[in-house]
Design a protein around this ligand. Structure first.
Ligand SMILES: [Zn+2]
Ligand SMILES: [Zn+2]
Length: 377
């Protein structure tokens, strides 16, 4: 709790988690471990060897980064840095994993195999997991399976939500540049108006999900930013649309990307303009391994009541734990942090985002029970 509040008060953006990583490494050293720092930038790893004989290597991952948000939450340990805030709960993830490390270090006699701890930078920039993997996260010792958790504003505190299969979306960034021919606003027949073409493209893109994607599949196409022109009497040369595509199955992902490209370029061409579509592929969807998820669920049932271990409804948010889950059987689960009575009811990334700190204990116990279930002697 003290550590979580300290991290909360001193948030660091992706790739800048020097203070946080320093505290993590120092704490792990105090526990008798030999942390490796600078993994994938500011990441930290450490291995806890079990003393109860051979067994698999289980990776436990926590993310450490904050967001470029100015905190408005009414807490005594609010961020001291304007423009930076732990508005997603990653401060809690880091504190929970340090707590898990402390408990595991005290009980290595009960542990088969080993636990590898990963404190990851830059989740929000969706580059941190890949950077750590490129830096050997899943090798030496090779990782056999992985667990991660997210404190979750959508679920009441005390509850744990999990599900097998795709649970978080593939999150692409979309940019469309519409090029026309500028000119005098009073003589549009002498121009190719990119604003009108952009407006038609935005409208036509609404058909991709409603007319192309099967009803039993999920996808989202959202335009979030529209930019063109400088004044009232000039038709602009170009318009820029920015947005995001979310999807779960590779086939749907391909289909939506293809349709967005075809619709944007086709509509622009019909109006005499040109559209250049750039889709920056985001992290893949988080796909939970069915067998591992059922074992984690069984473990959670030892620390929470049957009515408190609930099914997780897939969400269209992205999460770069997906890059780990793509390589080894994994389970990413959600620990309820919502408490309306305590004003812990704002969505993630909101300036008044607040967790019920009771969730920290639930997360710690769920993670420890899972390790015990998977590696306990
Ligand atoms: Zn977030
Ligand atoms: Zn997050």
């Amino acid at each position: 709790m003290t550590l979580r509040r300290d991290f909360h008060q001193h948030p660091e953006l992706g790739c800048e988690e020097h203070r946080t990583a320093g505290i993590v490494a120092r704490r792990l050293t105090e526990l008798g471990l030999t942390p490796r720092t600078g993994v994938g930038g500011t990441g930290v790893t450490a291995v806890i060897e079990g003393q109860a004989g051979p067994g698999p290597t289980l990776l436990l991952r926590a993310d450490m980064d904050a967001l470029a948000v100015t905190e408005e939450a009414d807490v005594p340990f609010a961020s001291v840095y304007p423009g930076k805030m732990h508005a997603c709960g990653h401060d809690g993830h880091t504190a929970i994993l340090l707590g898990v490390a402390e408990c595991l270090c005290a009980h290595t006699a009960r542990l088969r195999g080993r636990v590898k701890l990963a404190f990851q930078p830059n989740e929000e920039g969706v580059q941190g997991a890949l950077a750590m993997i490129a830096d050997g996260l899943l090798d030496d010792p090779p990782v056999d399976m992985a667990l991660g958790l997210h404190l979750w504003a959508g679920t009441p505190v005390g509850e744990i939500a999990l599900a097998a299969g795709p649970i978080m979306a593939c999150a692409d960034r979309l940019e469309i540049v519409v090029r026309g021919r500028g000119g005098h606003a009073s003589a549009p027949w002498e121009t190719i108006d990119p604003v009108v073409a952009a407006a038609h493209i935005i409208t036509a893109l609404q058909t991709v999900v409603s007319r192309n994607v099967r009803a039993d599949r999920k996808a989202v196409v959202t335009i979030t930013q529209v930019a063109a022109g400088d004044t009232h009497n000039v038709i602009a040369e170009r318009a820029t649309l920015i947005g995001t595509i979310r999807s779960f199955e590779p086939e749907t992902t391909r289909q939506v990307r293809d349709r967005v490209r075809a619709v944007a370029t086709g509509v622009a061409a019909a109006l005499g303009a040109e559209a250049e579509v750039t889709i920056t592929e985001g992290p893949p969807p988080v796909v939970n391994d069915a067998d591992l998820t059922s074992r984690v669920r069984a473990a959670c049932l030892t620390v929470a009541g049957a009515d408190q271990v609930i099914a997780f409804e897939p969400v269209t948010g992205g999460e770069d734990f997906a890059c780990i889950a793509q390589q080894v059987p994994s389970c990413f689960f959600f620990v309820g942090a919502r408490n309306e009575g305590e004003a812990c009811d704002q969505p993630h990334h909101h300036p008044r985002f607040k967790i019920d700190e009771g969730s920290l204990t639930v997360g710690l116990r769920a993670m420890l029970a899972s390790v015990d279930h998977l590696l306990g002697a």
